[in-house]
Design a protein around this ligand. Structure first.
Ligand code: FAD
Length: 549
């Protein structure tokens, strides 16, 4: 097979145009093209009057070697025609079931049933290693009820919410599934294929910017649980890991202690607890597990009518079903030295209450697969620096987050409503007393106020500079009535738990820090990829095989 990339066709191209473009690129006749499939489809909207679709295709041609040699001869510097890489994932360990049948076998433990944890457990289970997955929260359907209780009735369940429970932090989300991380082993493809098997829409395999949406994520997470259980894995819910059991001399993992005191014995523990497991991080720190402060970002969530964003991005093509609701990505380097950027943009979605702790307000965004809600929302966040904005010790970023989340809770009225402000008022430096044409989607509601009371001064300064600049790129972005809701603090983990090339903690052998909480992922896809990587590392160690590169 050959992979052709950068095939550009007009948005309204005829169905046969793609085949014609392939033949033209390869200088072959239609009879020489045996078959083809779309590997990736994106769009280029930089010129609003000439938006085009950009394809990558895999095709089988007669006499592939000759076609490729001729193409390379005629286009020596062009890399847009290549042999299709082999993207299949193969398990590094094939005798897992025999290992697991040995007397005294200790099952690997995965802590956290987010995308990192459930992908790790799935891979371990498929290799026959019978993992145990410990999750502090509840099964996803029960968790959904608890999460809606905060959004509808201002009742927070600290162990079962947007951050905690089966499926992890991304379950109530837009389910964006792309990542910028290097992926030479095509682990991202493996994650997407497993998601499709579990019920995700097939278009995630070829769209350049795929998303799933909340409802489908929920049932997908259930399917994956059934797969893991059928393959010999085991889930335990309401199983919060509160301590590590370590060998007193070597610090080797011997197991984990659950809230309530039960010990689960294990030599291999993948720790995939996400970025909001603040109590767990404190426990790890007290246990002496090596960790470092890591930069993260904070700011607000901003809402505009989706129609404003569609028009700014797509002009006359706004509403075209191939383009869908428009996304955006914005960056500005502020004069105070801070990067300001859009984060986790959700077209046609809603702003959600995302706290996991009582007395705090945190924003994030989600949408359904249809992305059909009235507003577009996105985090607009400013870089923070440990050692400059707060002390450099590993837990200081958490204290910083807590402080501003508390300020937001107070400014919102102390009942989980969030503080909100019109962009016009924010730029003019006055508190909002009412909101305008853009109706905020945050539930259980917002309180118009001055967001400057719940953000550090340098963040306010950078945001005030960035919004008018963003308006130059996206017309209408700084519209008076756009609504900002705060505060957006859970952008990534404020710390990192370093690991060696074998995946293990630098000073606690047998502990495999993984996913977003440990600083090895930023998003659903990269967390899933890291889960696969850590499952492979554990399996190789158990089987006495060399680690994969
Ligand atoms: P998590 O998903 O956070 O999972 C960690 C799990 O560990 C949780 O289930 C938690 O309950 C459990 N846990 C924590 N501590 C313990 C303990 N001590 N014992 C037992 N269990 C424990 N990313 C995207 O790529 N696209 C999006 O569209 C997107 N939208 C988002 C929307 C929202 C509202 C939120 C909150 C996040 C969103 N994200 C999105 C980010 C994404 O969810 C995370 O990057 C991803 O879930 C990280 O995966 P993880 O497995 O590392 O951690």
């Amino acid at each position: 097979m050959l992979r052709l990339t950068e095939l550009r066709l007009p948005l309204d191209h005829a169905p046969q145009a793609l085949e014609q473009a392939i033949c033209a690129r390869l200088a072959i006749s239609p009879a020489e093209l045996e078959h083809f499939s779309v590997f990736r489809r994106g769009h280029d909207a930089r010129r609003r009057n000439a938006i085009c679709l950009v394809y990558a295709v895999d095709c089988a041609v007669k006499d592939e070697a000759a076609v490729l040699a001729r193409y390379r001869g005629e286009h020596p510097r062009d890399s847009h025609v290549q042999p299709t890489p082999d993207m299949r994932w193969t398990p590094p360990v094939t005798n897992g079931a025999a290992l697991a049948a040995r007397p005294g076998y200790r099952r690997p433990v995965v802590v956290g049933a987010g995308p990192c944890g459930f992908m790790a457990a799935l891979i371990l289970a498929r290799m026959g290693l019978r993992p145990i997955l410990l999750e502090r929260g509840k099964i996803v359907r029960e968790r959904t009820v608890d999460t809606f209780a905060l959004w509808r009735r201002s009742v927070l369940s600290p162990e079962s919410n947007v951050q905690f429970g089966e499926g992890g932090a991304g379950t109530f989300s837009d389910g964006k599934l792309y990542s910028q991380v290097r992926d030479p082993r095509f682990l991202g493809r493996k994650v997407l294929e497993e998601f499709v098997k579990a019920g995700a829409p097939e278009d995630i395999l070829y769209l350049a910017h795929p998303h799933i949406g909340t409802f489908r994520l929920v049932s997908m997470v259930e399917h994956i649980r059934h797969e893991i259980e059928q393959a010999g894995g085991e889930y335990r819910f309401g199983a919060r890991v509160d301590d590590l059991v370590l060998d007193p001399v070597t610090r080797r993992m011997q197991g984990v202690r659950l809230a309530g005191g039960d010990v689960v014995e294990a030599d291999h523990v993948i720790l995939a607890v996400g970025h909001s497991a603040r109590d767990t991080f404190a426990m790890l720190h007290a246990q002496g597990v090596e960790m470092q402060a890591k930069p993260f970002s904070m700011g607000v969530r901003i809402e505009h009518p989706q129609s404003v964003i569609d028009l700014a991005q797509f002009g006359a093509c706004a509403g075209n079903s191939l383009l869908g609701a428009a996304e955006y990505r914005l960056v500005h380097h502020a004069a105070n030295g801070r990067g300001v950027y859009s984060f986790c943009m959700c077209p046609g979605g809603t702003v959600v209450a995302a706290t996991s702790e009582e007395g705090r307000v945190v924003t994030n965004g989600m949408s359904q697969y249809s992305r059909a809600e009235r507003n577009a929302n996105s985090g607009i966040v400013v870089e923070l620096r440990p050692g400059e904005d707060y002390p450099a010790d590993p837990l200081a970023g958490i204290a910083f987050q807590r402080h501003w989340e508390r300020q937001a809770f107070v400014a919102g009225g102390g009942d989980y409503r969030a503080p909100a402000q019109r962009v016009g008022d924010f730029l003019a430096g006055r508190a909002s007393v009412s909101l305008g044409a853009v109706v905020p989607s945050y539930k259980p509601g917002v309180t118009p106020t001055d967001l400057a009371t719940c953000l550090p001064d340098f963040v306010v300064e950078a945001l005030r500079e960035a919004l008018p600049r963003f308006d130059r790129k996206l017309k209408g972005y700084a519209m008076e009535d756009a609504v900002m809701t705060g505060v957006e603090t859970r952008t990534s983990s404020p710390l990192r738990i370093p690991r060696g090339a074998d995946g293990q903690s630098l000073n606690t052998p047998g502990l495999y820090p993984a996913g977003e909480g440990a600083g090895y992922a930023g998003g659903i896809l990269s967390a899933g990829m890291d889960g696969i990587r850590m499952a492979e590392a554990v399996a190789c160690d158990m089987a006495g095989l060399p680690q994969l590169p």
